[in-house]
Design a protein around this ligand. Structure first.
Ligand code: BGP
Length: 478
């Protein structure tokens, strides 16, 4: 169901001051189980790769303690006017050992959360897999290298669709699955893969991992359509939009290569059901020959495995360049999962990430032009270590308001001026949670969680009332 621009009396289209987003646009926020839920040793939950002692000392066992705060947290979301909330199901709360044995306490926990969300007028948008692989399935020769994990994931997905399908209408398959090829060891061991003993993964095995996660994705899409007619399901992309550092065509080629390698190659197979010729050739050259059949034996095809939308995370853009051209420009290298160059035209947050709302608009246009599917922003936001809780319980996060204002304006322009069907805006960590590395100091939320205090009390930041007003005016007043 594509969102269309409102041009009624309530909103006067893109040009008018009162341009509103469509009434069915999802306003809300986003979390994941391992970073937000806690309750790791309660309710019959089994161990995941995040439930082992990590070098970082991260407290994923308690996280933001949503497990005990869910009613209060959902009330806060309802006060802000959320119409959707993205969360993930912890696989090992449903299937503690990663096999098909089901933990009824886990089912009951999520059912009460989904029921309460719906009671408060909030649609759950549910990620099936946000990195918390069952420990029983992890290992240097296992994880997503193994067919066993694909079968186990599909058994778990079936349980989710059968037991929650009456309450959940929007599903995401695997969080940021396109990171597979950049972080293959992570797909075997989870966060322990970042230690000194991280296994080296060959190119052929990297492709096998990617292929297995895609088989899991396709299988879940098919199961969802079979078991939950009327529900929508999509993939989840970690975006990494690259611009050419300069107009020199060699830089344009460098940016094109980056975008292809990190995003389009992945989305091509998700949407067309087949690898593009370039990627197929690279796979064969590595020695890996993909079996183009789903776990149920059905050949991949866009018809059988058709997904309903593309969801994605977007935090910043980057620049790519030919090495000689970058040297001539005196460009500064930025090393993350890949090397890139600083964009001299953009400001950065205090955390060092570029702030580029127009990049969000460019990305959504590009996604729609390429794939013709509605898009959903399921992660965005300003993660910084600047939030200070005052003695009287306030957090003055005007920097976050400014970031979100610019990005929501970009979403609004994308819908109202570019006519791209954007289903919703669900910024990351709407109530403070642990960063992916486990750091509690990097915060994104409208609600401050005092991790160090007894009972982890919640406090509304200044951005809370601001977002509440944005939602109440359907984005017309930022
Ligand atoms: C995405 C992950 C999220 C989240 C986010 C922010 O890649 O899907 O789980 O962590 O990044 O990153 P960080 O937590 O490092 O600030």
């Amino acid at each position: 169901m594509a969102a269309v621009a409102s041009t009624t009396a309530a909103g006067h289209g893109a040009g008018g001051a009162a341009a509103t987003l469509p009434a069915d646009f999802y306003w809300g926020g986003s979390t994941s189980a391992f970073q937000f839920e806690g309750g790791a040793s309660e309710g019959g939950k089994g161990k995941s790769v995040y439930d082992v002692p990590l070098r970082s000392g991260a407290k994923f066992d308690t996280a933001s303690d949503f497990y005990h705060h869910w009613r209060e947290d959902i009330d806060l979301m309802a006060q802000m006017g959320f119409s959707a909330f993205r969360m993930s199901i912890s696989w090992t709360r449903i299937c503690p050992n990663g096999d098909s044995t089901v933990n009824e306490e886990g089912i009951a926990f999520y059912r009460q959360v989904f029921q309460y969300l719906r009671q408060r007028g909030i649609a759950p948008v549910v990620t099936l897999y946000h990195w918390d692989l069952p420990l029983a399935l992890a290992g240097k020769e296992a994880g997503w290298l193994s067919d066993r994990t694909v079968d186990a994931f599909l058994a778990y997905s079936r349980v989710c669709f059968e037991r929650f399908g009456d309450l959940v209408c929007d599903w995401l398959t695997l969080n940021e699955d396109n990171l597979c090829t950049m972080l293959p060891a992570f797909q075997l061991l989870g966060p322990s893969a970042f230690g000194p003993n991280a296994p080296q993964v060959s190119e052929a095995d990297t492709y096998r991992i990617l292929h297995n996660t895609l088989r899991a994705h396709f299988g879940a899409v098919r199961l969802c359509h079979e078991l939950c007619p009327g529900a929508r399901i999509g993939c989840m992309l970690a975006s990494s939009l690259a611009y050419p550092l300069t107009p020199d065509p060699v830089d344009v080629i460098a940016a094109q290569r980056h975008n292809r390698k990190t995003m389009w190659d992945f989305l091509d197979v998700c949407t067309h059901g087949t690898y593009n010729p370039r990627q197929a050739a690279a796979m064969l050259a590595s020695g890996f020959k993909p079996n183009m059949r789903g776990a149920d034996g059905t050949p991949f095809s866009a018809d059988v495995y058709h997904m309903d939308f593309i969801s994605f995370s977007y935090y910043f853009s980057i620049c790519q360049a030919d090495q000689e051209s970058a040297a001539a420009e005196g460009a500064t290298t930025v090393q993350t999962m890949y090397a890139s160059f600083e964009n001299p035209k953009l400001a950065k947050s205090s955390f060092g990430w570029t702030i580029d709302p127009t990049g969000l608009r460019i990305l959504m246009n590009e996604l729609y032009d390429r794939y013709g599917l509605p898009v959903m922003v399921v992660e965005n936001g300003l993660g910084v270590k600047d939030d200070v809780l005052t003695e009287d319980g306030h957090v003055h996060d005007d920097y976050r308001i400014e970031y979100l204002r610019q990005h929501i304006a970009a979403v609004r322009a994308t819908v109202l001026e570019d006519h791209v069907p954007v289903l919703g805006y669900l910024p990351w960590g709407c109530i403070d949670l642990l960063s992916a590395s486990g750091d509690p100091a990097k915060r994104y939320g409208f609600v401050y969680v005092d991790f160090g205090a007894k009972g982890m009390p919640r406090y509304r930041k200044d951005s809370f009332a601001w977002y509440q007003h944005v939602i109440a005016t359907r984005g017309a007043e930022l």
